[in-house]
Design a protein around this ligand. Structure first.
Ligand code: ATP
Ligand code: LTN
Length: 326
């Protein structure tokens, strides 16, 4: 069975975008593949974090993923920093990476723009990500389009290492979702709905109350044309609402547009609010059960023990090939 692996950063409160574009990939394929899902908490500290908040969010996010439908029986769920081999392999891969290729990572350029005191970790973070992937011989890595270049780097590093030291790593493939690839901010619908964005009015958090969800959707930015059709360029607000509806109802955009053909913006917003509320209330109910039970620690301990053993074997093979130690 092929192995699928993804990491979801605990860098903020999870949003409707994280659900539709992020975690849904692993949920969709959990029956077809052997699935590994982890919290890359070491990636989170490449930028400033409040230690208490970070700790709280790590468990909260795992509980939310499970509440969203990630089945702990079908997925190995773990926390990156609870497995020391990620950082160890990352060092060996850093020594395999050229400064030139690391400097081409567009996400670093974006994230470091107009910022002071940028950490070296933010620069080398794609190499740690390569380690996350290569340690487990992942075949497929589902991520957003923004992460594709990093998966390609992992592939190149694996190839380079294999050429030099003999067959060691599997070459991973990125997998980018088509529909719902980008859920946009409700106030600025040309921008991604981002959990790290400063304006909460445009973002639906998975733990928002019903009242807040309805308020945010009813006051979302649209346009003055009054007609409902899908056109991301010219009607970003309406198209975003249609995408949210279509993703949560699991119907095509064409069917969604047809459903709202003779409707008005008020009605569209009301129906989108209804479906978002229905989904999120269901998720919140499950979340409250999970976060208050001891199951979560059990799941994370099992995940930790399993991946430590897999990673140990891979790391020892690599260490030996490179000539480290006695
Ligand atoms: P953010 O920029 O919101 O802080 P991120 O994309 O950097 O989030 P993650 O939460 O780790 O970080 O992303 C998990 C996955 O969810 C990624 O594959 C990402 O592309 C996807 N994702 C996040 N937000 C959205 C969105 N609004 N629409 C679609 N996919 C998204
Ligand atoms: N860089 C990713 C999170 C991430 C990841 C990974 C995803 C860290 N390691 C390994 C897939 C595989 C992000 O910022 N979304």
């Amino acid at each position: 069975m092929k192995r699928i692996l993804t990491g979801l950063q605990p860098s903020g409160e999870l949003t409707l975008g994280s659900l539709i574009g992020g975690i849904s990939g692993s949920i969709k394929y959990q029956n077809e593949y052997e699935s590994f899902v982890f919290v890359p908490d070491m990636h989170a500290i490449t930028v400033e974090q409040d230690p208490n908040l970070l700790k709280e969010r790590i468990k909260k996010n795992v509980a939310l993923y499970i509440a969203c439908g990630l089945d702990p029986k079908k997925n190995t769920i773990y926390i990156q920093s609870e497995n020391l081999y990620h950082a160890n392999l990352s060092w060996i891969l850093e020594c395999t990476t050229y400064i030139g290729e690391a400097s081409r990572m567009t996400q670093f350029k974006e994230k470091s723009q107009n910022k002071k005191n940028i950490s070296v970790g933010l620069f080398t973070y794609p190499i740690l990500m390569a380690s996350d992937i290569l340690l487990y011989d992942a075949d497929i890595v589902p991520t957003g389009i923004d992460q594709k270049q990093h998966v390609e780097l992992a592939r190149n590093l694996a190839q380079r290492f294999n050429n030099k030291y003999g067959e060691t790593f599997k070459l991973p493939e990125p997998m980018i979702p088509e529909i719902g690839a980008k859920i946009k901010d409700l106030q600025e619908p040309t921008k991604k709905m981002s959990k790290s964005s400063p304006n909460p009015k445009g973002i639906i958090y998975l733990l928002d109350s019903e009242e807040v969800i309805r308020k945010k959707i009813m006051s979302s930015v649209t346009d003055s044309e009054g007609k409902i059709y899908y056109d991301v360029e010219n009607k970003p607000g309406i198209s975003n609402l249609l995408t949210i509806y279509s993703s949560l109802k699991e119907v095509s955009i064409e069917e969604t547009v047809k459903h709202f053909e003779n409707s008005n913006y008020g009605n569209l917003k009301k129906e989108v609010s209804d479906i978002v509320v229905e989904k999120l209330m269901e998720i919140q109910k499950k979340y409250n059960e999970i976060i208050n039970s001891s199951d979560l620690d059990k799941i994370l301990d099992e995940g930790k023990n399993k991946v430590n053993e897999i990673a140990r074997i891979k790391y020892e093979e690599v260490r030996k090939k490179v000539g480290l130690g006695r």
